[in-house]
Ligand binder design. Structure first.
Ligand code: SF4
Length: 349
């Protein structure tokens, strides 16, 4: 991404930064100095990196932009979940969500502006796909979250988890997502553990396999139905990658990465929330090292679905618990601030 002929610094991998120094006939150890200043101290202006010579600071300022992206809007819910609308250099906007847990924070990042997967229950899916989010724009979501909740000087790991569960399908922007994860996990920088990163996918089978080889982060699968007919009607991608293939890829992912798969299941009234559905769910994921997140559907303007009744949610979860699964009923955080992905942007359009 470029702005006024300057490159967006956060798009650069460490190796690319080193290459810049080598090509400019400058000592490459400077790359590490800059990396530490930007990602360990949160500096967002080359002139503030005072251990660099003035001429180098000038060269860097002329070549790269290190400024934060603008936060156009922040909505804070009663439970302190913050949803931010980030404005890109090209004027497009996307969302990130900062979610408080008991003693740490999770940031939910977006990977595409819009999405063309067309999942029927999803607000983002009803918005036009504009473009992939760049590597630097993904990294930026984490930095903006850190600016909002944490003092950079105090090296406490308050912002611990990153989940790719915002707008878009991360496995359809895998190059940028992979590069961003390498920056986020760089030991000389933000040093996030891969065990604290989760990618959620609607089931792009070939890229699940790539991810198992290259990233080994946690994987969450948006399952939401227990047979092909129902899943294809909710999620058109199921026609291309049917349930059997997706579950096989998840099984292999778990074995190869030695991680637990999270199956996400949105409970929609009268659509997928019967006890029969719960029993079928248990049978189709049998043998996969997994936990299950049940998500009562979060209604948004213009959708045709309703949230499951409370007694049905409990019955559904009891069937799974009896089979020994770890269950989380994920009540929508920030329900009063357009918590479903894509809602804040939708309201701003
Ligand atoms: S659920 Fe994910 S993949 Fe499906 S439309 Fe929404 S953003 Fe896209």
């Amino acid at each position: 991404m470029e702005h006024l002929n300057k490159k967006f610094f956060y798009d650069l991998s460490f190796e690319e930064l080193e290459t810049f120094f080598i090509k400019s006939d400058l000592p490459k150890y400077r790359a590490k100095q800059i990396w530490l200043s930007v990602y360990k101290q949160g500096i967002s202006d080359f002139n503030s990196i005072t251990n660099l010579p003035l001429s180098l600071r000038q060269l860097l300022s002329e070549t790269f932009t290190l400024e934060r992206l603008e936060v156009e809007k922040i909505s804070t819910s009663k439970d302190k979940t913050k949803k931010i609308l980030v404005k890109c250099l090209d004027g497009n906007t996307f969302e990130a969500v900062i979610i408080p847990e008991k003693d740490y924070f999770t940031v939910c990042v977006s990977s595409q502006i819009g999405c063309n997967m067309g999942c029927k229950f999803c607000c983002t899916g009803s918005q036009k796909m504009i473009r992939n989010i760049s590597t630097g724009e993904i990294v930026m979501q984490f930095l903006l979250a850190k600016d909002l909740i944490q003092d950079w000087k105090k090296n406490v790991k308050k912002l611990k988890n990153i989940v790719f569960m915002g707008m878009g399908e991360p496995l359809l922007n895998l190059d940028n997502v992979t590069k961003a994860i390498k920056i986020l996990t760089s030991p000389d920088g933000l040093a996030i553990s891969r065990h604290h990163i989760t990618i959620s996918t609607c089931g792009i089978v070939p890229n699940i396999k790539k991810c198992a080889k290259d990233l080994k982060v946690n994987l969450a699968l948006s399952l939401h139905a227990v047979n092909d007919v129902s899943r294809s009607s909710l999620m058109p991608i199921n026609k291309k990658y049917p349930l059997n293939d997706v579950l096989k890829a998840c099984r292999e992912y778990s074995l190869l990465t030695k991680t637990k798969i999270t199956f996400e299941y949105i409970l929609i009234d009268g659509v997928n929330d019967s006890e029969q559905d719960a029993k079928k769910l248990v049978s189709i994921i049998s043998g996969i090292n997994a936990k299950i997140n049940l998500i009562p559907f979060n209604a948004w303007d213009g959708c045709d679905f309703a949230t499951s009744k409370e007694n049905k949610i409990l019955k559904f979860s009891n069937v799974l618990k009896q089979k020994g699964y770890e269950i989380l009923i994920r009540r929508s955080k920030g329900g009063d601030v357009d918590a479903a992905c894509g809602q804040l942007k939708m309201r701003n359009l």
